[in-house]
Design a protein around this ligand. Structure first.
Ligand code: PAN
Ligand code: ZN
Length: 191
């Protein structure tokens, strides 16, 4: 039986005391997330930057338990597109997830299995409710790190294939020094 416990999060860095980093995604690993393949190649010729990192505090994979995670998305663009997470659906389609902004600013984009799309601004103090059956991705549209905390059912599971293959319907791009959402020309086209 799990016993009550507490954790210490550093809101400035996203680090969780005594918990090691569990994810580090470099551009080369998530290159397909970005629309502009030539821009990806140009960046990779010089370096392979870390796009985002995460510290996950995982409970056993059991119904009724929650897990949570801080994600740090570093600022920047590849071509015109802002840095972002891979994005996923949950395997267990009745799982809700809450995201809380801790530092920086960005967007949470979400897309339902039924083909709806929405975007919500996220910044410190903003809580975003991602209901079941919505794929979600976080995008850093600011000039500093975007740090978010996500809380989800421990048995939710992560399903990446569909987003890897089809992407999201819209891209988040830099336009006149601010963000804009534009149609993704590759949406639905297998990669
Ligand atoms: C988050 C994400 C985290 C990394 O904890 O897993 O931000 O994003 P990707 O998993 O899309 O690479 C979450 O949504 N958990 O369910
Ligand atoms: Zn999730």
């Amino acid at each position: 039986m799990k016993i009550p416990c507490s954790y210490q999060i550093d809101f400035n860095t996203g680090m969780v005391t005594r918990y090691p980093k569990t994810t580090e995604r470099k551009l080369s690993e998530i290159r397909n997330c970005f629309y502009d393949g030539q821009a990806v190649e140009r960046v990779l010729k010089k370096a392979d930057p870390i796009i985002y990192e995460a510290y996950e505090v995982k409970s056993p994979n059991e119904e009724g338990l929650l897990s949570w995670c801080t994600t740090i998305i570093h600022p920047g663009c590849v071509g015109r597109e802002y840095h972002m997470t891979k994005g996923h659906f949950h395997k267990k389609d009745i799982s809700t997830e809450f995201y809380l902004g801790l530092k920086g600013k960005g967007l949470l984009i979400a897309q339902s299995r039924a083909g709806q799309f929405t975007s919500l601004e996220i910044r410190p103090g903003v809580m975003v409710d991602v209901p079941p059956s919505w794929a979600h991705r976080v995008v850093n549209t600011g000039i500093e790190e975007l740090i978010v905390m996500a809380m989800f059912s421990s048995d939710a599971g992560h399903y990446y294939c569909q987003i890897e293959e089809k992407g999201f319907m819209k891209l988040v791009v830099k336009q006149d020094e601010r963000y804009a959402l534009i149609k993704n020309p590759r949406y639905g086209v297998d990669r």
